[in-house]
Ligand binder design. Sequence first.
Ligand code: NOJ
Length: 562
Amino acid sequence: MTEVMEPTLTPDSSAGDATWWRQAAVYQIYPRAFADADGDGIGDLPGITAHVPYLRELGVDAVWLSPFYPSALADGGYDVDDYRDVDPRLGTLDDFDALVAALHDAGIKLIVDLVPNHTSDRHVWFQEALRSPKGSPARDRYIFRDGKGPDGAEPPADWQSVFGGPAWEPVGDGQWYMHHFATEQPDLNWKNPEVRADFLHTLRFWSDRGVDGFRVDVAHGLAKDLGEELPSQAELDATPRDGNHPLWDRDDVHDIYAEWRTVFDSYDPPRTAVAEAWVAADRRARYASAHGLGQAFNFDLLEADFDAGQFREIITFNLELAETSGSSTTWVFSNHDVVRHATRYGLPPRGTGAAGGDHTAEKQGKRWLLSGGTEPVLQRELGLRRARAATLLELALPGSSYLYQGEELGLHEVADIPDESRQDPTFFRSPGIEIGRDGCRVPLPWTREGASFGFGAGPADLPQPDWFGDLAVEVQEQDPASTLALYRRALTLRRELQTDETMEWHDTGRDDVLAFRRPNGWLSVTNFGDDVVDLPAGEVLLTSAPLDGGRLPGATTAWLRV
Ligand code: NOJ
């Protein structure tokens, strides 16, 4: 029996470029860890520009650039000092323009990261707020409250920040400010008209410079509804997130995005946006609405085990969901916030509660990271083999695929970073509980040798392990069986094969083998199990691992033309 998935919206060819994002392969660059042109140990914009030919050859449609703005790096650049400038360590606005031009010449779009929930504590607005008295317009751009107790020495509420530790910080005059994340990331007050107007300015600033779209950080956090009497953390936790929660996923956040949409649509082609919104799946469509941001990340596959049942359910569900929003769906396995998927898949599965699963860990790989990468034992080859199979499956799905730098090299998470080299605030704010995200942010290896394996002339500011050299780009370019070769071939084929945003499940007769058909006779089959299985009849176009006598081994995906 073949189950037919009804089409999600078919791209309108008459709209030309306006729908480029619907099925784009988007490559995330974490600029400080991509390529260091000036040899100071930190990646920079000229480093990216120098590698545009690499991106073109990889075959991606767009780049998403994580924050490159001036920042003290209290949170890897997600603490922004100035939304309309480039960090001097990363380059200048002229370097940014050169990068846009080089990407566009190569036919690659550019999405920049926008961080509207909070500024950094070095932002001129926050500095002004610190100098200004209680009740001043400068303080109203942020969320200030009086402390409790004599002299306001106690926090206004017992809230915990997302990164651990308290979410309120005193400023010395009896008032405290709220920060969802690090202390250096004060939350903005989105009820303030000046805040709203300034972000419209920022959207136009980058759109005028040729930016094609925006990735919106913490999109579900901007709108807040806080009276003078604040709820306790326990009360917040007990409040349903149904659109009326005081802090998260409020319905009125979409008024902000409706305003942004008028800016996006004033450009030709319209600028795009994708929401980072950690909300229940049934609330995601609001962010993906054509009247709002237009697309939203779906992190369901990123949170799943390498398991046919989980994958099938997630894919079916999200394609149906995309129909309700009119957007295309998004797929992602790795980004700068999570343990790389090659590593996750080499660790025991979280499971769905069944015995043996590591389902008690809040994040996959958390226990392994805390042990310095020793416990449980990482099955490196199996993890990578599964990651390659999963990525090939992902790239055959309708919708956009978001790829994270280094996954095309099959990089594993780096677990043994010395404490003194760690940079992620979650490490410092949650001692012994979170190791942080530095292990997926280690600078890329470009050459087998060199002080930083070709990342820059000198050592990288976050140390790279010795094994990075064997996975360098120059090594993999010589090897037709490398992960880099697989990504290049897959992305090229995807461009050739991709048409309508439709798929239908193809019955394989096995629970551990998933197959689906796209238009153009494109069939993707993934064997999640251990047995070697027969392939459906057809021409084999690409496989994530060698076939076994023409049959599909375990942890392998094949693309066929049928
Ligand atoms: C989500 C970003 O992906 C993450 O890296 C950052 O720490 C938080 N938002 C806070 O900006």
